[in-house]
Design a protein around this ligand. Structure first.
Ligand code: SAH
Ligand code: SF4
Length: 346
């Protein structure tokens, strides 16, 4: 199917669309550069193009599949959540995070999510649909433009917003290829992290992908019964199957895997849970991110682990030789933290 907007196109697709419109070859680079290097937000902003061509392009190939609905900034100004409205009226959320040494965008890959983890707001809204490549690209470019206005550049793209990226792998990889393309945005493959709840065929596919992407796996628990309840996908791909896929991935890529554990008070944050993680991950090339879970208003029974429990958990992992980081989940005060993003159907 032909791409519906410019941001949905790969470079080659854009070339064929422009050829169909009778444009000379050099226009392809010009349009691609304007969108992906100069970060034009519309055809109108592509002042290197003649006005007549801009009009024809707008009619034949709309610029972007999303418009901005509203923006919320954290009190310290370091985290911004933007609601984007899609062509069918659905809305998605994208989060931009400024750090001293880098700027990260947390992008969504689906409207809603079918996996339904009980501690995640996205999971509560059910699955609506996959995003298109352009809807993913639009999120990253939107945050990149905001950064540019403040004299900064986007340095990382993490697929940790709404949805399961490896249930929409084609669109995710197409978006990454467009953002990685050196003729435009040129963000290095190593700057992308795909986070999965454990979709095994998707992990195998990433392992075969020539691009050197980062993989994060949402582990949350290292015992099947507990993980079944926290990540329902575990019933389909239980821990042995998941970790074998991780070993195959490591065998092919030799790239360290990040395992994420959202710590919930009294549920998965006890010392014996940490020891089970050590047993499962002990000999894997990995890094563990511990995230004190963000609360959901509708699940008051699922609370964030207290700092002492998080610290004790981290100690058990670290003293067993597993590199471990306690991550501050940014943006919780504006409901932009991990697992707090919600989808809205029209
Ligand atoms: N579906 C993918 C990617 C999106 S979720 C996945 O699950 O990996 C991104 C991360 O946020 C995952 O590690 C997820 O487990 C975590 N997360 C979800 N809800 C959370 C919450 N309430 N508090 C902290 N982290 C949460
Ligand atoms: Fe989906 Fe990830 Fe949320 Fe689970 S944590 S419901 S897989 S978005």
């Amino acid at each position: 199917m032909a791409s519906t907007t410019l941001l949905d196109c790969s470079y080659d697709e854009l070339a064929s669309r422009l050829t169909d419109l009778g444009c000379p070859r050099y226009r392809v680079d010009q349009v691609w550069r304007a969108a992906f290097a100069d970060l034009a937000e519309s055809y109108d902003a592509m002042t290197t193009l003649p006005a007549s061509l801009r009009d024809r392009l707008s009619a034949a190939l709309p610029f972007a599949p999303a418009t901005i609905e509203r923006e919320v900034e954290s009190p310290d100004g370091q985290t911004r959540k933007t609601v984007l409205r899609l062509a069918d009226g659905a809305t998605i959320e994208v989060v931009g995070m400024d750090y001293a040494d880098r700027a990260t965008v947390c992008v969504s890959s689906q409207v809603g999510c079918a996996i339904g983890c009980p501690f995640c707001a996205t999971g509560q809204s059910g699955f609506v649909r996959n995003l298109t490549p352009g809807e993913i690209v639009a999120q990253a470019l939107f945050v990149a433009r905001e950064l540019q206005a403040r004299g900064r550049r986007l340095s990382n793209v993490v697929f940790m917003g709404m949805g399961e990226p490896l249930a929409n792998t084609d669109a995710v990889l197409a978006a990454i290829r467009s953002l990685n393309d050196p003729r435009g945005f040129g963000l290095g493959a190593r700057s992308f992290t795909v986070s999965t709840a454990g979709v095994v065929p998707g992990i195998d596919r990433l392992g075969q992908e020539p691009l050197q992407l980062n993989l994060a796996v949402s582990l949350h628990a290292a015992e099947n019964a507990l993980r079944d309840s926290l990540v329902p996908l575990n019933r389909k791909y239980p821990l042995d199957v998941l970790l074998n896929a991780c070993r195959r991935y490591l065998g092919r890529t030799h790239r360290r895997i990040t395992f994420e554990i959202a710590l919930l008070a009294g549920i998965n944050d006890r010392p014996h849970h940490a020891r089970a993680v050590v047993e499962r991950l002990g000999n894997l090339l990995c890094h563990v991110n511990l995230i004190p879970a963000n609360p959901l208003p509708e699940r008051r029974d699922l609370r964030r682990s207290p700092p002492a429990a998080v610290h004790a958990f981290a100690e058990i992992l670290a003293t067993s030789g597993i590199p471990t980081t306690v991550r501050d989940s940014r943006g919780a005060e504006i409901s932009a933290g991990c697992g707090q993003l919600r989808a809205h159907r029209r």
